[in-house]
Design a protein around this ligand. Structure first.
Ligand code: GTP
Ligand code: MG
Length: 136
């Protein structure tokens, strides 16, 4: 059975949307098999976002992810990677489709970083890598 690493990013936790987001995941039928509230470290974030090193949004993104606690979860279910990304909506929260997490609860706030509430693994390989980073 497939697994995905999902994060409720600091904006989602700060805005008290964790329960709402987890409820959507459970209502869709995915199982939450690991769950914790963590203060991410720079070391963890450098590994998690290694594909983005050198991009203009990399440093603002890491600073944002260090700004408060994150909820990390492992989801399980058939095609959960695709399924959660569909629940989350597209990366840019301003234009993400209504009905998605980012589309319903996110928008731009005039900052360099896109505060888009959640992260979800984008492939089986990323999921395995990210679960090891966040859960060891
Ligand atoms: P994640 O699920 O968080 O990985 O989002 P994603 O897969 O939809 O996006 P991606 O992996 O490409 O980028 C990771 C994060 O970097 C995004 O969630 C955004 O917070 C941020 N990001 C990506 N692209 C841009 C961009 O063009 N500009 C800005 N400011 N931030 C970006
Ligand atoms: Mg990504």
């Amino acid at each position: 059975v497939e697994r995905s690493l999902v994060l409720v990013k600091p904006d989602g936790v700060q805005r008290q949307l964790t329960g709402t987001i987890l409820a959507r995941i459970e209502a869709k039928g995915y199982r939450i098999v690991e769950l914790k509230l963590v203060e991410a470290t720079r070391e963890v974030l450098e590994k998690h976002y290694e594909e983005h090193v050198g991009k203009p949004f990399y440093e603002p993104l890491v600073e944002f992810m260090l700004s408060g606690p994150t909820v990390a979860a492992v989801l399980e279910g058939d095609r959960v990677i695709e399924g959660f990304r569909s629940l989350a909506g597209t990366t840019d929260p301003t234009t993400a489709a209504p009905g998605t997490i980012r589309g319903d609860f996110g928008r731009d706030w005039g900052e360099k970083v896109q505060k888009n509430l959640v992260h979800g693994s984008d492939s089986v390989e990323s999921a395995e890598r990210e679960i090891a980073i966040w859960f060891g």
